[in-house]
Design a protein around this ligand. Structure first.
Ligand code: ATP
Ligand code: MG
Length: 384
């Protein structure tokens, strides 16, 4: 390669104008060099020479390949030539072994041109990125370990959960047969002995029957709760308003004597599992129906509100309500805030609803006050 600047030989005595420049260069804190068109060092900082185990004053006049370790020298020289051709600048990363330790460097090289735009030298500097890379590596390792641990715990937890669910499912399932047998035989006794029983004994029998019916209902609810997490979630567009209308018609069919005003939109299409949402609305509207039982003018409303990108659905009633602050785990199983004699129930309904909503990725919450009715809100997809 021809050179516009004559190569500076090692033994060339520095001119008086070079000395301050060379001295300034040597004192630069960053590893820095300038090389001529042939790739011979013109100036190097002591920080640069130190990386190579040399003195800054030794380098001027030597070529990049003579000073740098073999492969690195060849590579740097290649880049040096490319830069002279492109007259551009380059940034690349390089691992370099310094005193037996691998170090990460970011190398910046750029072509220096004269006033006419002709290349006259290449200057470069190096940034030691080792600490930064090591910190990143440590953070990455910690993050990986954390993710691994979380995944492990999640696997353990879901295995335990599945075991518990399978256990409660089979316990509930196996309890059903003996409970039904007790109920069946008690009914037989009632039918066959009927009038022959003393009034106290007939009373005992009625208690046995009531309790077995209640237990049967409870087992049914528990089985339904356990089933919610089984099976696939089949999301399709569902008209929740039509579903709510059907549920309310069913409730009115069972208690035709009750007068309940209802308010529903023409339609409310949501992407959800129709079967599961039917169970959720059965429970929410069932509660609204039950807890307005003592209201002279019962009012039940189903509707939706648009909030940012999410849709919030709600079921509102003007019934007995409850004190939110004492409602604790409102959506936990067997949590009830009214006396059984006032409003019967097993306390599994809202736990079932919450599971259904969670399976859809949504959330559920309530607003209520004693004697002021209750509103249950829910979404069907995760919102940010
Ligand atoms: N709309 C409502 N108005 C007033 N209280 C309510 C309403 N919905 C729920 N609650 C309170 O929350 C409790 C839990 O409701 P949940 O539906 O889980 O049980 P439940 O209705 O008592 O029994 P079931 O298992 O038969 O549904 C109720 O017992 C009641 O105290
Ligand atoms: Mg209920």
């Amino acid at each position: 390669m021809s050179s516009a600047i004559p190569p500076v030989k090692r033994d060339t005595a520095p001119s008086s104008s070079r000395r301050p420049l060379q001295a300034a260069f040597e004192s630069l804190p960053a590893p820095t060099w300038v090389a001529d068109l042939d790739g011979r060092y013109l100036h190097v900082s002591q920080a640069y020479a130190g990386l190579l185990g040399r003195q800054a004053t030794d380098c001027p006049g030597l070529t990049l390949e003579e000073v740098l370790p073999l492969a690195l020298g060849r590579l740097t020289m290649q880049r040096h030539r490319q830069l002279l051709e492109s007259r551009g600048r380059k940034r690349f990363e390089q691992i370099w072994t310094v005193k037996g330790e691998p170090r990460w460097f970011e190398v910046h090289m750029s072509c220096l041109c004269d006033d006419a735009g002709a290349p006259m030298a290449v200057c470069g500097h190096i940034q030691d990125m080792t600490q930064h890379v090591e910190r990143q590596e440590t953070a990455r390792r910690t993050q990986n370990e954390l993710e691994l641990r979380v995944a492990q715990r999640t696997r353990q937890l879901s295995a335990t959960n599945e075991e518990l669910e399978a256990f409660s499912y089979s316990v509930s399932h196996d309890l059903r047969a003996p409970v039904r047998q007790i109920g069946g035989f008690a009914e037989l006794l009632q039918r066959q002995l009927g009038g022959q029983l003393a009034s106290g004994h007939a009373e005992y029998l009625r208690h046995i029957l009531d309790s077995t019916h209640r237990m049967d209902r409870l087992i049914g609810d528990l089985l339904q709760l356990a089933r919610i997490n089984r099976g696939d979630l089949r999301k399709v567009p569902v008209d929740l308003a039509a579903l709510a209308r059907e549920v309310l018609a069913g409730l009115a069919g069972h208690e035709p004597q009750r007068r309940v005003e209802t308010a529903l939109p023409g339609s409310a299409i949501a992407d959800c599992d129709a079967g599961l949402m039917r169970i959720a609305l059965d429970n929410l509207l069932g509660n609204a129906w039950k807890f307005t039982g003592r209201q002279e003018r019962a009012h039940i409303e189903f509707g939706s509100l648009a909030r940012d990108t999410a849709t919030i659905y709600f079921v509102r009633d003007n019934g007995a309500g409850f004190a939110l602050e004492t409602a604790g785990r409102l959506f936990g199983a067997f949590q009830r805030f009214h006396r059984e004699s006032d409003f019967p129930g097993t306390g599994v309904g809202l736990a079932t609803v919450r599971r259904i909503i969670s399976r859809h990725g949504g959330r559920i919450w309530a607003e209520s006050a004693p004697g002021r009715g209750a509103t249950f809100y829910f979404t069907l997809e995760a919102s940010n």
